[in-house]
Design a protein around this ligand. Structure first.
Ligand code: PEP
Length: 256
């Protein structure tokens, strides 16, 4: 079980799914599923930019956080097609997923840009979720720790020690994302404990408080055993979060 100081956190990542109409219908269904007294753990939904205000409105008065799936590090400028932190906070968005492997692999997101994005999100009052994880080849070559070390150290490099625990980290092995090939609970625990140790290299106190999530083919049927691991503080859920019933079941598993 995770440390009591770290409240479990389950975040759905809709990726490139979710028109405004679909998002509104989703929020209505999720509200019906929410237990009296609210969800037993922290919850969040990372949705496409165009659905953000619909989800903010649909979840109004509820504790579920609304997150974007990316943002630019600069507040404004000649960066065609980009969205900045003040543009997100103006919509009452709570946080932002940064460095998702799909952005790294398909859209050229770099550790160097993330070094600027993570503190920019914090400065704007957004909760960053920094995604890290190795490819299958890197795991096979025994390079998982080297990869995680680089991503975590660079992503947190410009974050002050006293703000470290405000960054949520998602360990997402790339070979497990959208593949149905979930990490074993032991693999998730080992990698996440390593990520926590990297935070401890900066600040032991922050490491105790930093929430580190697992992501990669989490489903209602496999969530409980992964989330029961000592260092696993929650889940970043892609495909299974598109169905409000599945998402609610994973949230319930996180509370066990
Ligand atoms: C994700 O999008 O971060 C993710 C983990 O996807 P999936 O759950 O579909 O593997």
């Amino acid at each position: 079980m995770p440390d009591a100081a770290r409240r479990p956190y389950v975040v759905g990542n809709w990726k490139l799914w979710g028109t405004r109409a679909a998002a509104t219908g989703y929020c209505e269904r999720l509200a019906e599923l929410e237990p009296d007294g609210g969800w037993p753990v922290d919850t969040g939904l990372a949705v496409p930019f165009t659905a953000l205000d619909a989800v903010v409105a649909g979840l109004h008065g509820r504790a579920t956080a609304v997150l974007a799936q990316n943002m630019h590090q600069e507040q404004e400028g000649a960066f065609t097609g980009e969205i900045s932190a003040p543009m997100l906070t103006e919509l009452s968005v709570d946080g932002v997923v940064l460095g998702h492997s799909e952005r790294r692999q398909l859209f050229g997101e770099t550790d160097r840009a993330l070094q600027e994005k993570v503190p920019a999100a914090l400065a704007a009052g957004l909760q960053p979720i920094l995604c890290v994880g190795e490819t299958e080849e890197e795991r096979e070559r025994g390079e998982t720790e080297r990869k995680l070390r680089g991503q975590v150290q660079e992503g947190l490099d410009k974050v002050a020690d006293e703000r470290l625990a405000d960054v949520v980290i998602a360990y997402e092995p790339i070979w497990a994302i959208g593949t149905g090939q979930v990490a074993t609970p032991e693999q998730a625990q080992e990698a996440i404990a390593f990520v926590r140790a990297l935070v401890a290299d900066r600040s032991r106190e922050a490491a105790e408080l930093t929430r580190v999530l697992y992501g990669g083919s989490v489903k209602p049927g496999n969530a409980a055993e992964i989330l029961a691991q000592e260092d696993v503080d929650g889940a970043l859920v892609g495909g299974a979060s598109l169905d409000p019933e599945s998402f609610a079941q994973i949230v319930a598993a996180a509370a066990q």
